[in-house]
Design a protein around this ligand. Structure first.
Ligand code: F6R
Length: 607
Protein backbone atom coordinates (compact mmCIF):
# COMPACT_ATOMS: atom_id res chain seq x y z
CA UNK A 1 0.00 0.00 0.00
CA UNK A 2 1.07 3.65 -0.35
CA UNK A 3 4.03 4.87 1.66
CA UNK A 4 4.71 8.46 2.70
CA UNK A 5 7.86 10.11 4.01
CA UNK A 6 8.74 13.69 4.92
CA UNK A 7 12.02 15.11 6.19
CA UNK A 8 13.14 18.44 7.56
CA UNK A 9 16.67 19.13 8.80
CA UNK A 10 20.26 20.05 8.06
CA UNK A 11 21.09 16.94 6.02
CA UNK A 12 20.09 16.66 2.37
CA UNK A 13 16.36 15.98 2.60
CA UNK A 14 16.11 14.54 -0.91
CA UNK A 15 18.57 11.77 -0.07
CA UNK A 16 16.92 11.01 3.25
CA UNK A 17 13.45 10.83 1.71
CA UNK A 18 14.71 8.57 -1.10
CA UNK A 19 16.27 6.29 1.52
CA UNK A 20 12.93 6.28 3.40
CA UNK A 21 11.05 5.42 0.21
CA UNK A 22 13.52 2.62 -0.53
CA UNK A 23 12.68 1.11 2.82
CA UNK A 24 8.98 1.36 2.04
CA UNK A 25 9.36 -0.54 -1.25
CA UNK A 26 8.49 -3.74 0.61
CA UNK A 27 4.96 -2.46 1.15
CA UNK A 28 4.19 -2.73 -2.58
CA UNK A 29 3.84 0.24 -4.98
CA UNK A 30 3.64 1.12 -8.65
CA UNK A 31 5.03 4.68 -8.81
CA UNK A 32 7.15 7.02 -6.74
CA UNK A 33 7.75 10.74 -6.37
CA UNK A 34 9.36 13.50 -4.33
CA UNK A 35 8.85 17.21 -3.87
CA UNK A 36 11.30 19.63 -2.28
CA UNK A 37 12.37 23.25 -2.10
CA UNK A 38 15.76 23.68 -3.73
CA UNK A 39 18.52 26.14 -2.84
CA UNK A 40 16.95 28.81 -5.07
CA UNK A 41 13.72 28.36 -3.10
CA UNK A 42 11.85 26.78 -5.99
CA UNK A 43 9.33 24.02 -5.39
CA UNK A 44 10.31 20.95 -7.40
CA UNK A 45 8.24 17.87 -8.14
CA UNK A 46 9.69 14.71 -9.66
CA UNK A 47 7.50 11.63 -10.10
CA UNK A 48 7.59 8.49 -12.19
CA UNK A 49 5.57 5.35 -12.57
CA UNK A 50 7.36 2.05 -12.01
CA UNK A 51 10.19 1.33 -9.63
CA UNK A 52 11.92 3.85 -7.39
CA UNK A 53 14.96 3.52 -9.63
CA UNK A 54 12.95 5.19 -12.44
CA UNK A 55 12.45 8.18 -10.18
CA UNK A 56 16.13 8.22 -9.27
CA UNK A 57 17.06 8.11 -12.97
CA UNK A 58 14.59 10.93 -13.59
CA UNK A 59 16.25 13.01 -10.86
CA UNK A 60 19.40 12.28 -12.84
CA UNK A 61 22.89 13.20 -11.95
CA UNK A 62 21.87 16.64 -10.69
CA UNK A 63 22.84 16.81 -7.08
CA UNK A 64 19.70 18.27 -5.56
CA UNK A 65 19.99 19.46 -2.03
CA UNK A 66 17.11 20.57 0.13
CA UNK A 67 16.29 21.07 3.77
CA UNK A 68 12.75 19.82 3.41
CA UNK A 69 11.33 17.16 1.18
CA UNK A 70 8.27 14.93 0.99
CA UNK A 71 7.99 11.65 -0.91
CA UNK A 72 5.57 8.90 -1.79
CA UNK A 73 5.29 5.39 -3.14
CA UNK A 74 1.84 4.91 -4.70
CA UNK A 75 -0.25 1.75 -4.85
CA UNK A 76 -2.92 2.78 -7.35
CA UNK A 77 -6.57 2.91 -6.26
CA UNK A 78 -8.14 5.94 -8.05
CA UNK A 79 -6.75 6.34 -11.55
CA UNK A 80 -4.39 4.17 -13.53
CA UNK A 81 -0.67 3.84 -12.98
CA UNK A 82 1.02 6.78 -14.79
CA UNK A 83 3.23 9.75 -14.01
CA UNK A 84 0.32 12.22 -13.68
CA UNK A 85 -1.46 10.12 -11.08
CA UNK A 86 1.74 9.62 -9.09
CA UNK A 87 2.29 11.74 -6.00
CA UNK A 88 3.23 14.41 -4.95
CA UNK A 89 0.43 16.57 -6.35
CA UNK A 90 1.27 20.23 -6.54
CA UNK A 91 0.03 23.65 -7.67
CA UNK A 92 3.50 25.26 -7.45
CA UNK A 93 2.74 26.61 -3.96
CA UNK A 94 1.80 23.46 -2.13
CA UNK A 95 2.84 19.85 -2.66
CA UNK A 96 1.15 16.92 -0.99
CA UNK A 97 1.36 13.16 -0.63
CA UNK A 98 -1.54 11.04 0.53
CA UNK A 99 -2.13 7.57 1.90
CA UNK A 100 -5.73 6.31 2.07
CA UNK A 101 -8.98 7.05 0.27
CA UNK A 102 -11.10 10.21 0.09
CA UNK A 103 -14.55 8.65 -0.06
CA UNK A 104 -16.45 11.77 -1.14
CA UNK A 105 -13.85 12.66 -3.80
CA UNK A 106 -16.31 12.55 -6.73
CA UNK A 107 -18.62 15.09 -5.09
CA UNK A 108 -15.75 17.39 -4.02
CA UNK A 109 -14.06 17.16 -7.43
CA UNK A 110 -17.21 18.48 -9.11
CA UNK A 111 -17.50 21.34 -6.62
CA UNK A 112 -13.84 22.30 -7.08
CA UNK A 113 -14.14 22.20 -10.86
CA UNK A 114 -17.13 24.54 -10.59
CA UNK A 115 -14.90 26.88 -8.58
CA UNK A 116 -12.30 26.82 -11.36
CA UNK A 117 -9.75 24.37 -9.95
CA UNK A 118 -7.94 22.59 -12.77
CA UNK A 119 -7.18 18.94 -12.04
CA UNK A 120 -4.05 17.38 -13.48
CA UNK A 121 -4.72 13.80 -12.38
CA UNK A 122 -7.56 11.35 -11.86
CA UNK A 123 -6.72 10.78 -8.22
CA UNK A 124 -8.85 11.38 -5.15
CA UNK A 125 -5.71 12.80 -3.49
CA UNK A 126 -5.60 15.84 -5.76
CA UNK A 127 -9.04 16.79 -4.43
CA UNK A 128 -7.35 17.66 -1.16
CA UNK A 129 -4.90 19.90 -3.01
CA UNK A 130 -7.91 21.62 -4.57
CA UNK A 131 -9.46 22.19 -1.16
CA UNK A 132 -6.21 23.62 0.20
CA UNK A 133 -5.81 25.90 -2.82
CA UNK A 134 -9.35 27.26 -2.48
CA UNK A 135 -9.01 27.86 1.28
CA UNK A 136 -5.61 29.48 0.83
CA UNK A 137 -7.09 32.08 -1.51
CA UNK A 138 -9.25 33.29 1.38
CA UNK A 139 -6.08 34.52 3.10
CA UNK A 140 -6.13 31.90 5.86
CA UNK A 141 -2.91 30.77 7.56
CA UNK A 142 -1.53 27.46 6.36
CA UNK A 143 -2.70 25.70 9.52
CA UNK A 144 -6.20 27.16 9.13
CA UNK A 145 -6.21 26.11 5.49
CA UNK A 146 -5.48 22.53 6.48
CA UNK A 147 -8.11 22.52 9.20
CA UNK A 148 -10.80 23.92 6.90
CA UNK A 149 -9.96 21.38 4.19
CA UNK A 150 -9.56 18.31 6.39
CA UNK A 151 -13.07 18.53 7.84
CA UNK A 152 -14.53 18.36 4.34
CA UNK A 153 -13.15 14.95 3.38
CA UNK A 154 -14.56 11.57 4.33
CA UNK A 155 -12.70 8.26 4.75
CA UNK A 156 -9.39 7.23 6.25
CA UNK A 157 -6.36 9.22 5.13
CA UNK A 158 -2.92 10.47 6.09
CA UNK A 159 -1.32 13.50 4.42
CA UNK A 160 2.13 15.04 4.37
CA UNK A 161 2.18 18.55 2.92
CA UNK A 162 5.00 20.88 1.94
CA UNK A 163 4.41 24.63 2.00
CA UNK A 164 6.69 26.39 -0.50
CA UNK A 165 6.44 29.76 1.26
CA UNK A 166 8.00 28.54 4.51
CA UNK A 167 9.51 25.12 3.59
CA UNK A 168 7.46 23.81 6.54
CA UNK A 169 5.97 20.32 6.49
CA UNK A 170 2.58 19.44 7.96
CA UNK A 171 1.40 15.87 8.56
CA UNK A 172 -1.92 14.60 9.95
CA UNK A 173 -4.22 11.67 9.60
CA UNK A 174 -7.53 10.05 10.35
CA UNK A 175 -7.71 6.25 10.62
CA UNK A 176 -4.44 5.75 8.73
CA UNK A 177 -0.91 5.15 10.01
CA UNK A 178 1.39 8.09 10.72
CA UNK A 179 4.54 8.32 12.77
CA UNK A 180 6.93 11.21 13.44
CA UNK A 181 10.46 11.10 14.81
CA UNK A 182 13.24 13.41 15.81
CA UNK A 183 16.99 13.01 15.99
CA UNK A 184 17.90 15.26 18.90
CA UNK A 185 21.60 15.18 18.08
CA UNK A 186 21.51 16.07 14.39
CA UNK A 187 18.20 18.02 14.52
CA UNK A 188 16.54 15.96 11.79
CA UNK A 189 12.76 15.51 11.89
CA UNK A 190 10.93 12.87 9.90
CA UNK A 191 7.37 11.71 9.33
CA UNK A 192 6.17 8.56 7.64
CA UNK A 193 3.36 6.08 7.33
CA UNK A 194 5.72 3.40 8.64
CA UNK A 195 8.19 3.47 11.56
CA UNK A 196 10.58 1.40 9.46
CA UNK A 197 11.35 4.45 7.30
CA UNK A 198 12.64 6.18 10.43
CA UNK A 199 14.58 3.28 11.94
CA UNK A 200 18.14 4.16 12.79
CA UNK A 201 17.60 7.83 11.92
CA UNK A 202 15.76 9.17 14.98
CA UNK A 203 16.06 8.73 18.71
CA UNK A 204 12.54 9.75 19.68
CA UNK A 205 9.44 8.54 17.98
CA UNK A 206 5.87 9.90 18.19
CA UNK A 207 2.57 8.27 17.28
CA UNK A 208 0.05 11.09 16.84
CA UNK A 209 -3.64 10.34 17.31
CA UNK A 210 -6.25 11.14 14.67
CA UNK A 211 -6.73 14.83 13.83
CA UNK A 212 -3.44 15.95 15.39
CA UNK A 213 -1.29 18.14 13.11
CA UNK A 214 2.47 17.47 13.21
CA UNK A 215 4.32 20.63 12.21
CA UNK A 216 7.97 20.29 11.13
CA UNK A 217 9.60 23.71 11.01
CA UNK A 218 12.79 25.62 11.77
CA UNK A 219 10.56 28.19 13.47
CA UNK A 220 9.58 25.66 16.16
CA UNK A 221 11.87 25.61 19.18
CA UNK A 222 11.73 21.80 19.19
CA UNK A 223 11.51 21.57 15.37
CA UNK A 224 8.41 19.38 15.78
CA UNK A 225 5.20 20.73 17.27
CA UNK A 226 1.75 19.17 17.59
CA UNK A 227 -1.55 20.99 17.19
CA UNK A 228 -5.20 20.17 17.56
CA UNK A 229 -7.55 20.96 14.73
CA UNK A 230 -8.66 24.09 16.62
CA UNK A 231 -5.07 25.36 16.48
CA UNK A 232 -4.23 24.79 20.17
CA UNK A 233 -1.20 22.76 21.26
CA UNK A 234 -1.83 19.02 21.34
CA UNK A 235 -0.50 16.36 23.67
CA UNK A 236 -2.46 13.58 22.00
CA UNK A 237 0.42 11.37 20.95
CA UNK A 238 2.46 8.50 22.34
CA UNK A 239 6.20 8.99 22.43
CA UNK A 240 9.08 6.65 22.93
CA UNK A 241 12.85 6.95 23.14
CA UNK A 242 14.80 4.71 20.77
CA UNK A 243 18.40 3.69 20.36
CA UNK A 244 19.76 4.81 16.99
CA UNK A 245 20.66 1.51 15.38
CA UNK A 246 21.00 1.72 11.62
CA UNK A 247 21.52 -2.08 11.45
CA UNK A 248 17.77 -2.77 11.96
CA UNK A 249 17.17 -1.67 8.40
CA UNK A 250 19.81 -3.88 6.84
CA UNK A 251 19.91 -7.46 5.67
CA UNK A 252 23.44 -8.07 6.92
CA UNK A 253 24.88 -11.26 5.45
CA UNK A 254 21.48 -12.62 4.45
CA UNK A 255 20.35 -12.64 0.85
CA UNK A 256 16.80 -11.67 1.79
CA UNK A 257 15.03 -10.04 4.70
CA UNK A 258 12.79 -13.11 4.87
CA UNK A 259 15.77 -15.37 5.57
CA UNK A 260 17.17 -12.89 8.08
CA UNK A 261 13.83 -12.76 9.85
CA UNK A 262 13.55 -16.55 9.98
CA UNK A 263 16.98 -16.61 11.63
CA UNK A 264 16.02 -13.98 14.19
CA UNK A 265 13.43 -16.31 15.71
CA UNK A 266 15.49 -18.09 18.39
CA UNK A 267 16.58 -14.79 19.94
CA UNK A 268 13.08 -13.35 19.73
CA UNK A 269 11.60 -16.41 21.45
CA UNK A 270 14.16 -16.07 24.24
CA UNK A 271 13.51 -12.41 24.77
CA UNK A 272 9.71 -12.86 24.79
CA UNK A 273 9.57 -14.78 28.07
CA UNK A 274 12.18 -12.47 29.52
CA UNK A 275 10.01 -9.46 28.60
CA UNK A 276 6.80 -10.95 29.95
CA UNK A 277 8.06 -12.69 33.08
CA UNK A 278 10.97 -10.44 34.13
CA UNK A 279 10.63 -7.25 32.13
CA UNK A 280 8.26 -4.47 31.24
CA UNK A 281 5.66 -6.87 29.84
CA UNK A 282 4.90 -8.36 33.26
CA UNK A 283 2.51 -5.54 34.14
CA UNK A 284 0.42 -6.06 31.01
CA UNK A 285 0.34 -9.81 31.55
CA UNK A 286 -0.76 -9.24 35.16
CA UNK A 287 -3.57 -6.92 34.07
CA UNK A 288 -4.71 -9.36 31.44
CA UNK A 289 -4.62 -12.30 33.87
CA UNK A 290 -7.49 -10.63 35.79
CA UNK A 291 -9.88 -10.71 32.84
CA UNK A 292 -12.97 -12.78 33.44
CA UNK A 293 -14.74 -13.99 30.36
CA UNK A 294 -16.56 -17.06 29.16
CA UNK A 295 -16.18 -16.37 25.45
CA UNK A 296 -13.39 -14.98 23.28
CA UNK A 297 -13.91 -13.78 19.70
CA UNK A 298 -10.62 -13.88 17.80
CA UNK A 299 -10.46 -11.93 14.56
CA UNK A 300 -7.54 -11.37 12.18
CA UNK A 301 -6.41 -11.69 8.54
CA UNK A 302 -4.01 -13.97 6.67
CA UNK A 303 -1.13 -15.35 8.67
CA UNK A 304 -2.38 -13.63 11.82
CA UNK A 305 -5.68 -15.49 11.38
CA UNK A 306 -3.81 -18.81 11.28
CA UNK A 307 -1.98 -17.79 14.45
CA UNK A 308 -5.46 -17.19 15.90
CA UNK A 309 -6.47 -20.78 15.12
CA UNK A 310 -3.54 -22.04 17.17
CA UNK A 311 -4.30 -19.62 19.98
CA UNK A 312 -7.90 -20.86 20.08
CA UNK A 313 -6.52 -24.32 20.82
CA UNK A 314 -4.66 -22.91 23.83
CA UNK A 315 -7.79 -21.29 25.25
CA UNK A 316 -9.80 -24.46 24.74
CA UNK A 317 -7.15 -26.81 26.05
CA UNK A 318 -5.74 -24.88 28.99
CA UNK A 319 -8.56 -22.55 29.97
CA UNK A 320 -11.66 -24.38 28.70
CA UNK A 321 -12.91 -21.03 27.41
CA UNK A 322 -15.29 -21.00 24.49
CA UNK A 323 -13.47 -19.33 21.60
CA UNK A 324 -14.26 -18.52 17.97
CA UNK A 325 -11.76 -17.47 15.30
CA UNK A 326 -12.93 -15.58 12.24
CA UNK A 327 -11.47 -13.80 9.28
CA UNK A 328 -11.86 -10.13 10.07
CA UNK A 329 -13.20 -9.41 6.57
CA UNK A 330 -16.10 -11.80 7.30
CA UNK A 331 -16.65 -11.06 10.96
CA UNK A 332 -17.08 -7.34 10.32
CA UNK A 333 -20.04 -7.87 7.98
CA UNK A 334 -21.79 -10.65 9.84
CA UNK A 335 -24.07 -10.05 12.71
CA UNK A 336 -22.09 -11.95 15.34
CA UNK A 337 -23.71 -12.67 18.68
CA UNK A 338 -21.68 -10.73 21.20
CA UNK A 339 -22.48 -10.74 24.88
CA UNK A 340 -21.40 -7.91 27.19
CA UNK A 341 -19.03 -10.27 29.09
CA UNK A 342 -17.32 -11.53 25.92
CA UNK A 343 -13.79 -10.54 25.01
CA UNK A 344 -12.53 -9.51 21.55
CA UNK A 345 -8.98 -10.59 20.66
CA UNK A 346 -7.34 -9.07 17.58
CA UNK A 347 -4.07 -10.29 16.13
CA UNK A 348 -2.01 -8.16 13.77
CA UNK A 349 1.61 -7.57 12.91
CA UNK A 350 1.06 -4.07 11.56
CA UNK A 351 -1.87 -3.05 13.74
CA UNK A 352 -3.16 -1.21 10.65
CA UNK A 353 -5.01 -3.90 8.67
CA UNK A 354 -8.29 -2.28 7.61
CA UNK A 355 -10.48 -5.36 8.11
CA UNK A 356 -9.00 -6.18 11.50
CA UNK A 357 -9.54 -2.59 12.62
CA UNK A 358 -13.15 -2.70 11.43
CA UNK A 359 -13.77 -5.98 13.29
CA UNK A 360 -12.26 -4.34 16.36
CA UNK A 361 -14.53 -1.32 16.02
CA UNK A 362 -17.53 -3.65 15.81
CA UNK A 363 -16.59 -5.19 19.17
CA UNK A 364 -15.93 -1.77 20.70
CA UNK A 365 -19.35 -0.60 19.54
CA UNK A 366 -20.85 -3.64 21.25
CA UNK A 367 -19.20 -2.33 24.43
CA UNK A 368 -16.93 -5.32 25.11
CA UNK A 369 -13.31 -5.33 26.22
CA UNK A 370 -10.73 -5.85 23.49
CA UNK A 371 -7.14 -7.08 23.59
CA UNK A 372 -4.63 -6.89 20.78
CA UNK A 373 -1.74 -9.22 20.09
CA UNK A 374 0.25 -6.78 18.01
CA UNK A 375 3.75 -5.99 16.81
CA UNK A 376 3.62 -2.28 16.09
CA UNK A 377 3.49 -0.23 19.24
CA UNK A 378 1.53 2.96 18.63
CA UNK A 379 -0.39 1.52 15.67
CA UNK A 380 -4.12 2.17 15.37
CA UNK A 381 -5.03 -1.23 16.82
CA UNK A 382 -2.57 -0.73 19.68
CA UNK A 383 -4.09 2.62 20.53
CA UNK A 384 -7.71 1.60 20.22
CA UNK A 385 -7.70 -1.76 22.01
CA UNK A 386 -8.58 -1.83 25.71
CA UNK A 387 -5.23 -3.49 26.38
CA UNK A 388 -2.34 -4.88 24.37
CA UNK A 389 0.14 -7.73 24.34
CA UNK A 390 3.14 -6.81 22.22
CA UNK A 391 4.75 -9.65 20.30
CA UNK A 392 8.16 -7.94 20.25
CA UNK A 393 9.16 -9.24 16.82
CA UNK A 394 10.98 -6.05 15.79
CA UNK A 395 10.39 -4.62 12.35
CA UNK A 396 9.30 -7.28 9.85
CA UNK A 397 10.40 -6.20 6.38
CA UNK A 398 9.78 -9.34 4.32
CA UNK A 399 6.24 -9.12 3.01
CA UNK A 400 5.68 -12.77 3.87
CA UNK A 401 5.21 -12.90 7.61
CA UNK A 402 7.51 -15.32 9.44
CA UNK A 403 8.79 -14.20 12.81
CA UNK A 404 5.57 -12.32 13.53
CA UNK A 405 3.56 -15.56 13.23
CA UNK A 406 5.83 -17.34 15.71
CA UNK A 407 5.72 -14.46 18.18
CA UNK A 408 1.93 -14.10 17.83
CA UNK A 409 1.34 -17.75 18.69
CA UNK A 410 3.81 -17.66 21.57
CA UNK A 411 2.29 -14.45 22.95
CA UNK A 412 -1.14 -16.07 22.69
CA UNK A 413 0.14 -19.00 24.74
CA UNK A 414 1.41 -16.57 27.40
CA UNK A 415 -2.02 -14.94 27.45
CA UNK A 416 -3.69 -18.30 28.04
CA UNK A 417 -1.08 -19.16 30.68
CA UNK A 418 -1.73 -15.87 32.47
CA UNK A 419 -5.47 -16.63 32.54
CA UNK A 420 -4.60 -20.06 33.94
CA UNK A 421 -2.87 -18.39 36.89
CA UNK A 422 0.66 -19.34 35.87
CA UNK A 423 1.97 -15.96 37.05
CA UNK A 424 1.25 -17.01 40.63
CA UNK A 425 2.69 -20.48 40.30
CA UNK A 426 6.49 -20.48 40.24
CA UNK A 427 6.74 -24.12 39.21
CA UNK A 428 4.37 -23.77 36.25
CA UNK A 429 6.02 -20.53 35.24
CA UNK A 430 9.42 -22.19 35.21
CA UNK A 431 8.08 -25.07 33.14
CA UNK A 432 6.78 -22.67 30.53
CA UNK A 433 9.97 -20.59 30.46
CA UNK A 434 11.97 -23.80 29.99
CA UNK A 435 9.68 -24.92 27.19
CA UNK A 436 10.21 -21.61 25.35
CA UNK A 437 13.97 -21.93 25.91
CA UNK A 438 13.84 -25.47 24.51
CA UNK A 439 11.93 -24.23 21.46
CA UNK A 440 14.57 -21.54 20.85
CA UNK A 441 17.30 -24.20 21.13
CA UNK A 442 15.50 -26.49 18.69
CA UNK A 443 15.07 -23.66 16.18
CA UNK A 444 18.80 -22.99 16.48
CA UNK A 445 19.44 -26.66 15.68
CA UNK A 446 17.03 -26.56 12.76
CA UNK A 447 18.82 -23.55 11.31
CA UNK A 448 22.03 -25.59 11.34
CA UNK A 449 20.37 -28.29 9.22
CA UNK A 450 19.09 -25.91 6.59
CA UNK A 451 20.86 -27.83 3.81
CA UNK A 452 18.52 -30.80 4.31
CA UNK A 453 15.50 -28.56 3.71
CA UNK A 454 17.21 -26.96 0.72
CA UNK A 455 17.74 -30.43 -0.78
CA UNK A 456 14.06 -31.29 -0.42
CA UNK A 457 13.17 -27.95 -2.04
CA UNK A 458 15.44 -28.81 -4.97
CA UNK A 459 13.63 -32.13 -5.45
CA UNK A 460 10.08 -30.78 -5.36
CA UNK A 461 10.08 -27.21 -6.63
CA UNK A 462 9.02 -28.06 -10.17
CA UNK A 463 5.92 -30.12 -9.35
CA UNK A 464 2.48 -28.94 -10.41
CA UNK A 465 0.86 -28.24 -7.10
CA UNK A 466 1.17 -28.68 -3.36
CA UNK A 467 -1.19 -29.88 -0.67
CA UNK A 468 -0.12 -29.06 2.85
CA UNK A 469 -2.02 -31.29 5.25
CA UNK A 470 -2.29 -31.74 8.99
CA UNK A 471 -4.77 -32.59 11.69
CA UNK A 472 -5.66 -30.79 14.93
CA UNK A 473 -3.13 -28.08 15.73
CA UNK A 474 -1.15 -29.09 12.63
CA UNK A 475 -4.00 -28.05 10.38
CA UNK A 476 -3.40 -24.28 10.89
CA UNK A 477 0.29 -25.00 10.22
CA UNK A 478 -0.74 -26.62 6.93
CA UNK A 479 -2.80 -23.54 6.05
CA UNK A 480 0.05 -21.20 6.90
CA UNK A 481 2.57 -23.38 5.01
CA UNK A 482 0.45 -23.26 1.85
CA UNK A 483 -0.07 -19.50 2.16
CA UNK A 484 3.67 -18.91 2.51
CA UNK A 485 4.48 -21.03 -0.52
CA UNK A 486 1.90 -19.47 -2.82
CA UNK A 487 2.71 -15.91 -1.85
CA UNK A 488 6.45 -16.08 -2.40
CA UNK A 489 6.91 -18.93 -4.94
CA UNK A 490 3.78 -18.21 -7.04
CA UNK A 491 2.80 -21.88 -7.18
CA UNK A 492 -0.58 -23.30 -6.40
CA UNK A 493 -0.68 -24.60 -2.85
CA UNK A 494 -3.57 -25.51 -0.61
CA UNK A 495 -3.73 -26.14 3.09
CA UNK A 496 -6.15 -28.89 4.03
CA UNK A 497 -7.26 -30.80 7.09
CA UNK A 498 -5.75 -34.22 6.38
CA UNK A 499 -9.01 -36.03 7.16
CA UNK A 500 -10.95 -33.86 4.75
CA UNK A 501 -8.98 -34.56 1.59
CA UNK A 502 -11.06 -37.55 0.57
CA UNK A 503 -14.18 -35.39 0.59
CA UNK A 504 -13.20 -33.81 -2.70
CA UNK A 505 -9.66 -32.53 -3.25
CA UNK A 506 -8.20 -36.03 -3.52
CA UNK A 507 -9.46 -35.95 -7.13
CA UNK A 508 -6.51 -33.65 -7.85
CA UNK A 509 -3.87 -36.06 -6.62
CA UNK A 510 -1.58 -37.73 -9.15
CA UNK A 511 2.16 -38.14 -9.70
CA UNK A 512 2.56 -34.40 -10.37
CA UNK A 513 1.26 -33.35 -6.95
CA UNK A 514 3.21 -32.97 -3.73
CA UNK A 515 1.72 -33.57 -0.30
CA UNK A 516 3.61 -31.82 2.47
CA UNK A 517 2.26 -33.85 5.39
CA UNK A 518 2.69 -32.34 8.83
CA UNK A 519 2.46 -34.99 11.45
CA UNK A 520 2.95 -34.81 15.21
CA UNK A 521 2.38 -37.50 17.81
CA UNK A 522 -1.29 -36.55 18.22
CA UNK A 523 -3.62 -38.46 15.86
CA UNK A 524 -0.49 -40.07 14.41
CA UNK A 525 -2.05 -43.29 13.05
CA UNK A 526 -5.02 -41.45 11.59
CA UNK A 527 -2.75 -38.99 9.80
CA UNK A 528 -0.64 -41.89 8.46
CA UNK A 529 -3.85 -43.35 6.93
CA UNK A 530 -4.56 -40.01 5.24
CA UNK A 531 -1.03 -39.88 3.84
CA UNK A 532 -1.43 -43.47 2.54
CA UNK A 533 -4.51 -42.39 0.61
CA UNK A 534 -2.37 -39.87 -1.25
CA UNK A 535 0.56 -42.23 -1.72
CA UNK A 536 -1.76 -44.82 -3.27
CA UNK A 537 -2.70 -42.21 -5.86
CA UNK A 538 0.98 -41.59 -6.64
CA UNK A 539 1.26 -38.22 -4.92
CA UNK A 540 4.81 -37.27 -3.83
CA UNK A 541 5.01 -37.40 -0.03
CA UNK A 542 7.13 -34.99 2.01
CA UNK A 543 6.62 -35.64 5.71
CA UNK A 544 7.63 -33.29 8.48
CA UNK A 545 7.49 -35.14 11.78
CA UNK A 546 9.20 -36.81 14.75
CA UNK A 547 12.68 -38.15 13.94
CA UNK A 548 13.63 -41.84 13.60
CA UNK A 549 10.14 -43.09 12.96
CA UNK A 550 10.00 -46.16 10.74
CA UNK A 551 6.41 -45.61 9.65
CA UNK A 552 7.27 -42.12 8.44
CA UNK A 553 10.43 -43.45 6.83
CA UNK A 554 8.42 -46.02 4.87
CA UNK A 555 5.65 -43.76 3.70
CA UNK A 556 7.76 -40.75 2.68
CA UNK A 557 9.54 -39.81 -0.52
CA UNK A 558 11.29 -37.13 1.52
CA UNK A 559 11.27 -37.11 5.32
CA UNK A 560 12.23 -34.00 7.29
CA UNK A 561 13.06 -35.32 10.74
CA UNK A 562 12.63 -33.20 13.82
CA UNK A 563 13.20 -33.65 17.51
CA UNK A 564 9.78 -32.78 18.89
CA UNK A 565 10.31 -34.11 22.41
CA UNK A 566 9.48 -31.80 25.27
CA UNK A 567 7.87 -29.14 23.10
CA UNK A 568 4.28 -30.24 23.71
CA UNK A 569 1.85 -27.47 22.65
CA UNK A 570 4.70 -25.58 20.95
CA UNK A 571 5.32 -28.37 18.41
CA UNK A 572 3.14 -26.83 15.66
CA UNK A 573 4.96 -23.49 15.97
CA UNK A 574 8.26 -25.29 15.61
CA UNK A 575 7.20 -27.29 12.56
CA UNK A 576 5.91 -24.10 10.96
CA UNK A 577 9.49 -22.81 10.77
CA UNK A 578 10.34 -25.79 8.52
CA UNK A 579 7.54 -24.67 6.20
CA UNK A 580 8.93 -21.12 6.20
CA UNK A 581 12.32 -22.44 5.08
CA UNK A 582 10.85 -24.84 2.53
CA UNK A 583 8.85 -22.03 0.92
CA UNK A 584 11.86 -19.74 0.98
CA UNK A 585 14.09 -22.22 -0.86
CA UNK A 586 11.40 -23.20 -3.37
CA UNK A 587 10.88 -19.50 -4.12
CA UNK A 588 14.61 -19.01 -4.48
CA UNK A 589 14.78 -21.82 -7.02
CA UNK A 590 11.87 -20.25 -8.87
CA UNK A 591 13.71 -16.92 -8.92
CA UNK A 592 10.84 -14.83 -7.54
CA UNK A 593 11.09 -11.50 -5.74
CA UNK A 594 11.01 -13.07 -2.27
CA UNK A 595 10.92 -9.97 -0.08
CA UNK A 596 8.47 -8.10 -2.30
CA UNK A 597 6.24 -10.68 -3.98
CA UNK A 598 4.12 -9.41 -6.86
CA UNK A 599 0.69 -7.92 -6.09
CA UNK A 600 1.20 -8.03 -2.33
CA UNK A 601 1.47 -5.25 0.20
CA UNK A 602 2.92 -5.58 3.67
CA UNK A 603 0.23 -3.63 5.39
CA UNK A 604 -3.26 -3.90 3.90
CA UNK A 605 -4.85 -0.61 4.85
CA UNK A 606 -7.80 -0.88 2.45
CA UNK A 607 -10.58 -3.44 2.79
C1 F6R B 1 1.18 -13.40 4.89
C2 F6R B 1 0.92 -12.07 5.43
C3 F6R B 1 -0.48 -11.58 5.47
C4 F6R B 1 -0.74 -10.85 6.80
C5 F6R B 1 -2.14 -10.22 6.80
C6 F6R B 1 -2.45 -9.55 8.11
O1 F6R B 1 2.54 -13.71 4.93
O2 F6R B 1 1.81 -11.37 5.81
O3 F6R B 1 -1.39 -12.63 5.29
O4 F6R B 1 -0.61 -11.77 7.85
O5 F6R B 1 -2.21 -9.28 5.76
O6 F6R B 1 -1.54 -8.53 8.38
P1 F6R B 1 -1.37 -7.95 9.83
O7 F6R B 1 -0.81 -9.04 10.69
O8 F6R B 1 -0.45 -6.79 9.68
O9 F6R B 1 -2.73 -7.55 10.32
Amino acid sequence: MCGIVGHFGPQNSVEIVLEGLKRLEYRGYDSAGVSFIDEKENLNVFKKSGKLQNLKDHLGEVNFTARSCIGHTRWATHGEVNDENSHPHSNNEIALVHNGIIENATYLRKQLQDQGFKFQSETDSEVFLGLLAVSRKKGLSFKETIIESFVQIEGNSAFVILDSQTSDIFAFKRGAPLVAGINEISSEVLVSSDPYALAGMVNKIYFPEDNVICHLSASNKNLLNFYEMDGTTSTRYLSKMLAIDAAVSEKGDFEHFMLKEIHEQPELIRSLTQYYFDGEGLESLKRISKIETSKIHISACGTAFYAGLLIRDFFERFNRINCTVELASEFRYRNPIIDSKDLGLFISQSGETADTLAAHTLCKNEGIKTISIVNTEGSTLYREATDNLLIRAGIEVGVASTKAFTQQVLTGRLFSAALEGVLNNEEEKKKLVNKYALLAERVDELLLKIDEIKEVAEKIYNYNGFFFTGRGAYYPVALEGALKLKEIAYVHAEGYAAGELKHGPIALIDHRMVNVAIIGPELFEKTISNISEIKTRKGIIVTIGEENNSELENISDYYIQLNLKGLDELRPTYINIVNQLLSYYIAKLKGTDIDKPRNLAKSVTVE
